[in-house]
Design a protein around this ligand. Structure first.
Ligand code: ATP
Length: 246
């Protein structure tokens, strides 16, 4: 029986993209409470994005993948959950935002998911206006997302996710291509969402950027080598130097 305070429970997770391929994730076990902010970090290729896809439940929809273990979101086993049901539990901003932007304008992109929920038009408009204000996207409202910069695309993808208001948010290197104003906006938004009780999981290489997180998870070659309070990780010079995290 999972505790009702747990937003994410991952048990004995292993993953291969193909049956004949390497294990990308091995023996992954952890729990994240509702309202926690967790940063996942580690060297390139260690499996951070793959773990995000697993937590989001989307990995079950990857055609050739081989998965074992359990991923439970807000008390619900993600295996067998349909995309629209998953979207109500968790929103993910992908490392490559081109994979999730397809509408002709920024405004349409943000309105797409609330429209699919069949919310009343005035509520959809309110959600769109709120996230556009929060993330400073007013000037891009009528722009085609396809032609935006990498950082702008990440902001639009984040806005589209926020418009659905899921309890769990997963952000895969969203800060990396943003200028300092964009970074500040996103960090302030995340702090406000945390205060509202959202659970936030963010992949990040720059550890200082998300020092307000509650815990840091360090991955290495598909395994968790540390999952500890932020202050302990940031004070552990030995870990940071030997694992080349700074
Ligand atoms: N669709 C795929 N098919 C096969 N292998 C894949 C696929 N996607 C990722 N991989 C492999 O899985 C491993 C982990 O990749 P992943 O993108 O999860 O790492 P990461 O830690 O997020 O890396 P980075 O920091 O560079 O984004 C890598 O060896 C990668 O080549």
């Amino acid at each position: 029986m999972e505790s009702c305070n747990e937003a994410v429970v991952v048990q004995d997770l292993t993953y291969q993209y193909h049956a004949s391929g390497p294990f990308i994730l091995r023996d992954i076990d952890f729990r994240i409470d509702r309202g926690e902010v967790v940063v996942i970090t580690g060297l390139s290729g260690c499996g951070k994005s793959t773990l995000c896809l697993c937590i989001s439940g989307l990995i079950h929809h990857h055609r050739n993948g081989v998965i074992s273990g359990k991923i439970i979101l807000n008390g619900k086993d993600t295996r067998g959950m349909r995309g629209p049901d998953l979207a109500l539990e968790v929103g993910m901003v992908f490392q490559d935002p081109d994979t999730q932007l397809f509408s002709p304008t920024v405004e349409d992109e943000i309105a797409f998911a609330p429209e699919n929920l069949c919310l009343p038009p005035e509520q959809i408009q309110e959600r769109v206006n709120n996230v556009i204000d929060t993330l400073g996207l007013a000037a891009l409202r009528h722009a085609n997302p396809y032609y935006l910069s990498g950082g702008e695309k990440h902001l639009v993808a984040l806005a589209a996710v926020l418009a659905l208001d899921p309890p769990v948010l997963i952000l895969d290197e969203v800060l990396s291509q943003l200028d300092s104003l964009g970074k500040k906006r996103v960090i302030t938004t995340l702090e406000i969402l945390r205060d509202k009780g959202k659970t936030i999981i963010a992949v990040e290489h720059n550890l200082e950027a998300l020092a307000f997180a509650d815990r840091f998870m360090v991955l290495e070659a598909g395994k968790i080598i540390r999952f500890d309070r932020t202050e302990k990780i940031l004070a552990d010079q030995d870990l940071l130097m030997t694992r080349r995290l700074i």
